[in-house]
Ligand binder design. Structure first.
Ligand code: ATP
Length: 239
């Protein structure tokens, strides 16, 4: 059963088409990765999925329902959540308060202390840093707060925009392990956008290679990882 179904999605900035008739589907409880170079249109695609950018053509379906003009907040209420590349933390607020904010706007029924503990179990370093201002954390810790803030209200579909950017391989590995564990234990569905192709293919079930706004290759992640052409063109980055 597909949680998300994207058909011929086209997104443009004026005359510039950034996403050009992209189609893909995301089975419930799977990790799907969209990989490709800088400027391929991956961030634009994620923004359009969230309703932050309008589609010029094509459709996005969540649970079989076409989202159309449904705004970002309503998509969040229906279970989608985007962790943007820039993380968007409140630098002068404590780690714990950043995490609490993730729940505040989305679900009033949560037992917040219990949810915080759940996030601290996933990312133990954040428990040690809970009183620290978010802006004073390392890049990796900030990424953990951004993901923790997303996870605190139990999204069903998590959209991650280049979580590995600027982070040490060890931290990237830790974040990916958490994602894969949540898929296994909670059935979380993840759309992972990455330039770090090696890492993304290790974490994902299905992969789509995007070039200049188009899907040029797709298949099981393990199959793409074994593709010698793709390996030489895109697997330059170590993870
Ligand atoms: P990156 O990894 O650099 O974020 P990306 O694959 O996410 O790359 P996008 O950021 O989606 O790519 O950009 C796709 C194309 O759309 C690029 O040609 C980019 O220059 C263009 N673009 C992105 N944002 C805008 C904007 N606000 N106005 C005009 N063009 C834009």
């Amino acid at each position: 059963m597909n949680v998300l179904q994207v058909k011929d999605l086209t997104v443009a900035y004026g005359q510039v088409t950034a996403v050009d008739r992209i189609s893909f589907h995301v089975p419930a409880g799977s990790v799907v990765t969209l990989i490709g170079a800088n400027g391929a249109g991956k961030t634009t695609l994620l923004k359009a999925l969230m309703g932050a950018l309008p589609a010029k053509e094509g459709t996005v379906e969540l649970d079989g329902i076409v989202l159309g003009q449904i705004p970002v907040e309503e998509r969040v209420r229906r279970g989608m959540y985007l962790v943007p590349e820039k993380r968007s933390l409140f630098a002068s607020m404590k780690v714990e308060d950043n995490l609490r904010l993730g729940a505040y706007a989305r679900r009033k029924d949560l037992k917040l202390d219990r949810e915080l503990e759940r996030i601290f179990q996933l990312f133990p370093v954040l428990k040690e840093r809970r009183e620290q201002l978010a802006g004073t954390l390392s890049g990796g810790e900030q990424q953990m707060v951004a993901i923790g803030r997303a996870l605190i209200a139990h999204p069903r579909v998590l959209l991650l925009d280049e979580p590995s950017i600027g982070l040490a391989p060890r931290i990237v590995q830790q974040i990916m392990e958490v994602i894969v564990e949540l898929k296994r234990s909670e059935g979380l569905t993840v759309i992972l956008v990455e330039q770090n192709v090696r890492m993304a293919l290790r974490a994902a079930d299905e992969a789509y290679l995007v070039e200049l706004g188009r899907v040029v290759k797709r298949g099981p992640a393990a199959e793409l990882a074994a593709d010698p052409g793709l390996v030489s063109s895109y697997l330059g980055k170590a993870a």
